[in-house]
Design a protein around this ligand. Sequence first.
Ligand code: GLU
Length: 290
Amino acid sequence: MNRHIVVRFAPSPNGLLHLGHAYAAMMAHDFARERGGQFLLRIEDIDSARSRPQFVEAILADLQWLGLEWDGDVIFQSDRLASYAEAVERLKDMNLLYRCFCTRTSMRQEQEAGSQAEGPDGPIYAGTCRHLDPEIASARAETEPHSWRLDVTKAAAMTGPLEWLDERHGTRVTREGALGDVVIVPKDTAVAYHLAVTLDDARDGITHVVRGDDLFASTDIHRLLQALLDLPTPIYYHHPLLLDESGTKLAKSRDSASLSVLRTAGHNGHELVDRLRTGNFPVGISLLAS
Ligand code: GLU
């Protein structure tokens, strides 16, 4: 085994996996195995409101059914909350986080008023709370729910220009503005995806992050967080996404055919992976060219 290559599959247990996840898991698994490396499974269950134990069980059963074996114990983000809290404190000490009191409604209103630009993950936060007086903000925090956002402009000024390498797309120079001031601590959970994933990829010794093109823009934020927190930068490989017959990305929320339905109906998971591997996709499924 080549201990210098470590890859992971990192699903969130907030729904059933679909064909797009099977493709992503296969890409990460094969990337590791073809290079004699390790393949880890990390369950990203930090969102306690949406994560469910039955989805964790289904993920494990789906991967076994697909024949995509992982190395070592399954890693759970919910076991690591203390390390995320420590990093949040560090970012606060660096004066890079600010409290945000905006609600879904107030942000929708801003969007309707045209003050939010559109980003790859939806409207970009307009920065309404960025310049709140810290004393006023801390008084409001006594009674008002709030999240903590990263001041990406300030953070980027601190780090200077940053680069990262994608084996498929080439070298990138970060454009931290692409996603705006992302949430680091949501209102109702301990930590948001961007910080948890960045810390864990470093902690798990991930050398190559293999994941879908939908997370491409997020990598600029992850690269920024790596620079701020003195973490190593893995190499990235963002693979194309699967589309359904209407040309739409497969998504949990739209109830795209789940793997567990195919599994319990007696389909052969190994054969399915082989079809995905060779590009012989099930009827109606295609790859988004990018
Ligand atoms: N947990 C994330 C998801 O299920 C993926 C994390 C990643 O691969 O960076 O969308």
